[in-house]
Design a protein around this ligand. Structure first.
Ligand code: SAM
Length: 344
């Protein structure tokens, strides 16, 4: 395909104001942007201890390139952006990117982070326009943190969470991958964090990717089992979730300030509500976390594509968004070695 050429032809025939809607009539309003494939942790379910073959620097989108894509998307209904990775806070001056995205009129700007570097960057990020943060944390015990993340740092993560709450970000969510025999004895401690603080703890079913294929068969706990175990501590009622775009179902203890969410990609299918696409650090628009369908945006962008041509590429990509994922326990997602490649 010769993208700019294609773009020029299509611009004449496609309505460039049409909102992004896929072939199953789902409005796509949410873009998750991976700003780097690198990470400062090596979580056992996510990445090999030695890391991965990192993308060459020249393949990584610059902030200007990311902003050009966001600006095009904003013209056709993109309303929410999440910056992720890899670990987004290891990319230099992330607050600058937040500021540039905010300047394009995107109000809902969120961050997914392991929070190791959050406390030291929170002021700049909030000043730049960051609204919400999801922190990944799988244990509240330092020894176990090292066993799961293969790096130390629990206290820094906790300081990062505190800094986000104190800075007034709302909601602050904690994402915890629940793993049998590894952290499932801490489900209750995590759940209790929601009682006195406006914190939303979400338990995620561990998902099969190539590197951890052996791990998750034993480690997998369904979200129904998690809820069942938490209900034995105290009554949980269905709750309205915090603002956001996510697939979680929420529940709360009586009088709690926050709530407990479960994300169930394996046991409950949430694809019919899917509103998102992903931009990889090297500029591919990926249509589903678990499928390989994607459109290369970087090549046309670097060949000088205009905003109209970018819009046409985004609209064209809607045709290949799959109806649902076909993720199954014990079957690693096709051609995906780690979420960090895609921006999980
Ligand atoms: N570094 C950032 C962070 O820690 O949030 C963003 C990237 S990280 C890949 C995004 C999320 O994906 C984290 O919450 C992590 O726990 C989750 N994740 C990675 N691999 C996973 C897997 N195999 N199953 C379930 N969740 C996974």
């Amino acid at each position: 395909m010769a993208p700019p050429e294609l773009g020029r032809v299509a611009v004449e025939t496609i309505d460039l104001t049409t909102q992004l809607t896929d072939q199953f009539s789902r409005p796509i309003t949410y873009l998750r942007i991976s700003v780097t494939d690198k990470c400062n942790l090596r979580c056992v379910y996510c990445m090999p201890e030695a890391g991965l073959p990192w993308l060459p620097k020249s393949n990584i989108l610059s902030y200007e390139e990311i902003v050009a894509i966001v600006a095009a998307g904003a013209k056709v209904g993109l309303r929410s952006i999440r910056l992720t990775g890899g670990e987004p806070l290891i990319r230099r001056d992330l607050a600058t990117l937040v500021q540039q995205i905010a300047d394009f009129g995107i109000e809902d700007i969120a961050l997914s982070t392991n929070a190791l570097l959050l406390a030291e960057q929170i002021d700049d990020l909030v000043r730049a326009g960051l609204k919400r943060v999801n922190v990944s944390l799988d244990t509240l015990r330092e020894d176990r943190f090292f066993a799961i993340a293969r790096r130390p740092g629990l206290n820094k993560v906790l300081a990062g969470i505190r800094s986000a709450v104190d800075a007034g970000l709302h909601p602050v969510k904690i994402n915890c991958v629940a793993m049998r025999g590894q952290n499932d004895d801490e489900l209750e401690s995590f759940a209790r964090l929601t009682i006195d603080e406006p914190i939303f703890v979400r338990f995620i079913e561990v998902m099969p990717v190539h590197e951890n294929a052996a791990l998750q068969n034993d480690a997998y706990i369904s979200s129904d089992e998690i809820l069942d175990r938490l209900t034995r501590i105290q009554d949980l009622s269905p709750a309205i979730g915090p603002p956001g775009n996510g697939p979680a179902r929420y529940f709360a203890f009586p009088g709690a300030q926050g709530a407990i969410g479960v994300i169930s990609p394996l046991s409950h299918d949430y694809c019919e509500r899917c509103n998102r696409v992903r931009l990889t650090a090297d500029g591919r628009l990926r249509m589903c976390l678990f499928g390989d369908q994607h459109v290369d945006i970087r090549t046309p962008l670097r060949a000088g594509a205009s905003q109209s041509e970018l819009i046409q590429l985004l609209q064209g990509a809607m045709a290949i968004k799959p109806e649902r994922h076909h993720l199954r326990l014990g079957e690693p997602a096709a051609r995906m070695r780690a979420f960090s490649e895609i921006g999980g």
